[in-house]
Design a binder for this molecule. Structure first.
Ligand SMILES: C[S@@+](CC[C@H](N)C(=O)[O-])C[C@H]1O[C@@H](n2cnc3c(N)ncnc32)[C@H](O)[C@@H]1O
Length: 381
């Protein structure tokens, strides 16, 4: 494993946000190449630390440690054991191995995972007479293997807990969005901090917290730790420098949130408080079908209920035309964005979307629909 200044990294993200992630890294001074599921970049450790601390869209930053051809599990074992793992992390660190695959000929990924774990542990035992313990829940060190048809890429994870865990969600509401997906949605709307932003179905307030953190110039990773701190390559001075480099503009945004459910609002209040942004957000209990616009124009972003747990398909089919009427009647001058897995939404709402952006919420295909609401137009018969 190289200790040279230029290392190879791969930043993963929700599918559909790769170009946004590349743009975000570019603004941090990191050039990257987007591929489905993430972006690849080379850089110094400081770039890796900066991406972990500042990326609002990435899920993890992985450090590429090796790439090799394989045909079977023994090839995996031999190649993994040949690496000097005791140089990468201390034997006292707990370990977890993750394997993902695309077109791999191997029958059992579980067995492949076991062989890779054995190889790492055997290398430690040969060198030191002891091996790291396995912790599947909260490991210090995660080894990721990505298996393709005949090629294996090995990574050490530099993030630890996924990056969407900002450290400010202490209570969880109903069907919350992951923070990096929420941040990506806000960025895709093109919202600028001097425009009002409203989430009228705000639930636990994820979209509002992300918009507030963005406009206040708050680093999404400021409240958490990272796995890179536990690797032997950790450069504490470079990390201190990255952490204290806070030349980010701060705005005073006008953010509005509402929800029909009082319990959801108390979750939102708690999250916004923990994130330290509550003073920028006005919350109220209201039905989206009744509430007035809080300003003559702005950006509305919402994530209506979806799925059996939150409302039957019939209830939602009845809801969308009413939502279309409410937008038309009260939100002329607003750009409205609906993020949903209900691909019937654009048809049911009876407004013509100006954009339909495909996004994935985990394995679920979703859309972000844009409706520019102009008085008297874009109503479909
Ligand atoms: C999928 S959740 C939103 C989750 C939110 N984006 C988050 O990340 O926490 C949908 C929310 O819509 C709210 N809701 C349902 N019907 C509503 C209505 N007619 N008016 C306002 N809110 C409503 C629910 O109470 C729920 O909190």
């Amino acid at each position: 494993m190289s200790s040279s200044r230029s290392e190879s990294f791969f930043a993963t993200c929700p599918r559909g946000l790769e170009a946004l992630l590349a743009g975000e890294l570019d603004s941090l001074g990191i050039q990257s190449t987007a591929v489905p599921g993430g972006v690849a970049f080379t850089g110094a450790w400081a770039d890796c630390y900066r991406a972990n601390l500042w990326s609002r869209v990435a899920s993890r930053i992985l450090w590429r440690v090796h790439q090799f051809d394989y045909r079977n599990e023994q090839d995996l074992y031999d190649a993994v054991k040949a690496l000097d793992w005791p140089r990468s992390f201390r034997v006292e660190r707990t370990l977890r191995v993750n394997v993902t695959a695309q077109k791999s000929p191997l029958k059992s990924l579980e067995f492949a995972t076991l062989r890779i774990k054995d190889a790492v542990c055997d290398r430690f035992r040969d060198a030191l007479g002891k091996r790291p313990s396995i912790d599947r829940g909260d490991p210090d060190v995660r080894v990721h293997a990505f298996l393709e048809a005949g090629r294996c890429t090995l990574y050490l994870d530099t993030s630890g807990e996924p990056l969407f865990k900002r450290g400010w969600r202490k209570v969880v509401g109903e069907a919350p969005l992951r923070e990096n997906l929420a941040a990506g949605i806000v960025m895709l709307t093109g919202w600028k901090p001097d425009e009002p932003l409203l989430d009228p179905m705000c639930g636990g307030g994820t979209i509002l917290a992300e918009a507030a953190a963005m406009s206040r110039g708050r680093a999404p990773g400021a409240n958490r730790s990272f796995a890179f701190e536990k690797l032997s390559a950790f450069d504490a001075r470079a990390w201190e420098k990255v952490r204290h480099d806070t030349s980010v503009p701060q705005h005073s945004p006008s953010l509005f949130g509402s929800d029909i459910d009082a319990k959801a609002l108390s979750v939102a209040r708690r999250t916004l408080g923990e994130a330290g942004v509550e003073r920028w957000v006005r919350l109220e209990q209201a039905d989206v079908l009744q509430r007035p616009a809080p300003a003559p124009g702005g950006v509305m972003v919402m994530n209506p209920p979806y799925g059996e747990r939150m409302g039957s398909p019939e209830q939602l089919a009845a809801f969308y035309p009413k939502l279309g009427d409410a937008l038309k009647q009260r939100f002329a001058g607003w750009r409205c964005y609906i993020f949903t897995a209900d691909l019937r939404a654009a048809k049911l709402i009876r407004l013509t979307p100006s954009r339909r952006i495909p996004l994935w919420n985990g394995a679920i295909e979703c859309r972000l629909y844009e409706f520019i609401i102009v008085a008297g137009t874009n109503r479909r018969p």
